[in-house]
Design a protein around this ligand. Structure first.
Ligand SMILES: N[C@@H](CCC[C@H](N)C(=O)O)C(=O)O
Length: 275
């Protein structure tokens, strides 16, 4: 399944246990030697919510939260009749998130997700800095100074506003931010062009997966950072153009972020592997 081209392989773990998800994710995600995906998502039982989501990046590392995957998890459980609810609570490593599904022809096609509060606290992200927050701070990378705003959406993000996202050498500079000593847990990096107060264009270098077609938490982090830096307004829906399509994001005055976007099924199958 994918959310705007951010594609994961989803495994129904309600009846089956996956022993080595990190290794499996590396294997499955490989675009030449595996199926090809940005990672692996496990749909598991939860004793405190309707379901639990675990997500693994293409390099096998486990992420705390994934905005595009959580919409697909909602679609999966509804379309496979694992629930009849259209309002769902999904447990993630960054807490329980609430989803509201839109149904068309008996299938879930779209979800609105309460992504929780954007958190600018440097220690929570984490960013190695004496400052309590890291907002529009200069960072020297590859001989150039970038102003970066760091925010956690349950996972770490660094947002950089620039004039032309199409011409950023992402393959070159993405890994330099991801693995910079300032970020002990590594970081997802978003390059964001402000089109107007209600429209952003974003490219992302994801921790553990490289450039992806879309990043839900990244789009939320970008809108939160855009409001904090005065480019957009709180409580107004912002359209974020990504490589794979658009997400609608609202950063509320209480710092809660609402994300709306589609979820798409591609194919089903059985995987037999020895990892
Ligand atoms: N694609 C995601 C984020 C996936 C996790 C991220 N790479 C991390 O390690 O934090 C999204 O849609 O939010």
């Amino acid at each position: 399944m994918h959310g705007l081209g951010n594609d994961y392989v989803y495994v129904n773990c309600l009846e089956q246990k996956i022993e080595h998800p990190n290794e499996l994710s590396k294997f499955i995600s490989h675009r030449h030697f595996g199926i090809g995906s940005d990672g692996l998502v496990l749909i598991c039982p939860s004793d405190r919510a309707d379901f639990q989501m675990r997500m693994f990046n293409a390099d096998g590392s486990e992420g705390n939260m994934c905005g595009n995957a959580i919409r697909c998890v909602g679609k999966y459980v509804y379309d496979h009749q694992l629930t009849q609810k259209t309002q769902l609570d999904i447990d993630t490593k960054s807490g329980i998130k609430h989803l509201d599904l839109t149904i068309e022809n008996k299938k879930a096609v779209f979800a609105s997700v309460d992504m929780g509060k954007a958190d600018f606290n440097s220690k929570h992200i984490p960013v190695k800095t004496p400052y309590p927050e890291f907002i529009s701070q200069p960072m020297l990378v590859h001989g150039e100074v970038y102003l970066i705003t760091c925010v956690s959406m349950g996972n770490p993000h660094g947002v950089i506003f620039c004039n032309d996202v199409d011409h950023i050498a992402l393959e070159e500079i993405g890994p330099l931010f991801e693995n910079h000593e300032k970020f002990p847990d590594r970081i997802n990096t978003e390059f964001v062009q402000v089109i107007d107060k209600k429209t952003l264009k974003m490219r992302v270098w994801e921790r553990g997966s490289g450039e992806t077609f879309a990043c839900g938490t990244g789009a939320c982090a970008s809108v939160a950072a855009a409001v904090i830096n005065g480019y957009c307004n709180a409580d107004e829906e912002v359209t974020v153009h990504l490589k794979g399509g658009d997400l609608k994001i609202t950063y509320q005055k209480d710092q809660t972020v609402i994300m709306k976007g589609p979820a798409t099924h591609v194919f089903d199958g059985v995987i037999e592997v020895d990892v």
